[in-house]
Design a protein. Structure first.
Length: 264
C-alpha cells in the first residue's frame, strides 16, 4: 500500500473528525441559546449571536428539528422542543447532586420561615440551582437563574475558588449578558470591586450579602465540597432580614453536614 495514500487517508479522517466535533459544538451552542431564550429566535439572530454563517445555522436547526429538539412555532423562527425537556428531565433524575441532597435542602428550608434554601453550582458563568426549596413546598429541580453574578452569594463564593483573572473574565461575561445593575448602594460597581467586596463579605467560611439585592434582603452561602466533582454552594436567602446573620450561618453549617452526609 502506498505510504503517501495511507498518510493522506489518516489526515482526511482527522479532518473529518474535527469537522464533526465542530458541528456538534455549534449544535449544542444553538440548542443552549434556544433553551434559555424567552422567545423564539430566527436563524439570522442565532447566527449573529454565535458568529456563524446563516447557512450553517440553518443546517443545524434542520438537524435538531428532525431529532425533536427544535420546533418552528412560525415560518421564520425556532424554539426548543419537548425533546429538550425529556433530555433534561431524564438527566436530572439520575444526577446525584440534584437528587440525593433533596431531603436535606428541604429540611433546611422547613427550619426557616420565609427563606429559600438552595443548592447551587456555577456553570459557564451562570448560577444553576440544582435544588430550590421553601418551607412546606416541594423542592424544585435544577434551573438556571439568569441572575447577575455580582449580586449572587452563590456566584461570588464560587468565583473566589477560581484564579482572579478567570473570575474577572466570568464577571465581565455576566455584565455583557445580564447588565450591571446596582439596586442598592452596597452593590459592587465593577468586576474588580465585586471580587474585593466578596472577600470582605466572607464570615468564617460563608459568603454573606446583606442589603445588596434589596435594602432588607439577606443572602448567605457556604461551600460544599463534593468528592470527584466541582464545589457547590448551599444557600439561604430572604427578602426580609428577620434572622441574625449568625443564626443563618449556623443553619448553613448544619445544613452542609446534612448535604454532605446525603452525598456519601
Amino acid at each position: 500500500m502506498d505510504s503517501r495514500l495511507s498518510v493522506s487517508t489518516k489526515e482526511a479522517a482527522v479532518e473529518s473528525g474535527m469537522a464533526g466535533l465542530k458541528a456538534l459544538t455549534h449544535g449544542l451552542e444553538v440548542l443552549k441559546l434556544l433553551s434559555v431564550s424567552p422567545r423564539p429566535m430566527t436563524a439570522t439572530e442565532l447566527a449573529g449571536r454565535l458568529g456563524l454563517h446563516q447557512s450553517s445555522v440553518s443546517r443545524i436547526l434542520k438537524t435538531l428539528a428532525l431529532a425533536g429538539y427544535v420546533r418552528k412555532p412560525d415560518y421564520h423562527s425556532f424554539a426548543a422542543d419537548y425533546g429538550v425537556l425529556l433530555l433534561a428531565g431524564n438527566a436530572g433524575q439520575n444526577f446525584p447532586l440534584a437528587t440525593k441532597p433533596k431531603k436535606a435542602v428541604q429540611a433546611l428550608a422547613d427550619n426557616v420561615e420565609g427563606y429559600m434554601a438552595s443548592l447551587g453550582a456555577l456553570w459557564q458563568g451562570v448560577v444553576i440551582h440544582l435544588i430550590r426549596a421553601h418551607k412546606h413546598q416541594e423542592a424544585q429541580p435544577a434551573m438556571a437563574t439568569g441572575y447577575p453574578l455580582h449580586l449572587s452569594s452563590i456566584g461570588l463564593l464560587l468565583l473566589l475558588e477560581l484564579p482572579e483573572a478567570e473570575a474577572l473574565a466570568i464577571l465581565e461575561s455576566s455584565r455583557a449578558r445580564f447588565g450591571w445593575e446596582r439596586p442598592t448602594l452596597n452593590a459592587p460597581t465593577s468586576p474588580e470591586v465585586a471580587l474585593k467586596k466578596a472577600r470582605q463579605w466572607m464570615r468564617h467560611d460563608c459568603m454573606v450579602l446583606e442589603g445588596v439585592q434589596q435594602p432588607s434582603n439577606i443572602s448567605a452561602a457556604i461551600l460544599v465540597r463534593v468528592p470527584g466533582d466541582r464545589p457547590v454552594c448551599l444557600a439561604l436567602s430572604s427578602s426580609r432580614r428577620n434572622r441574625k446573620a449568625d443564626e443563618i450561618l449556623l443553619l448553613l453549617q448544619e445544613g452542609r453536614r446534612a448535604v454532605e452526609a446525603a452525598l456519601k
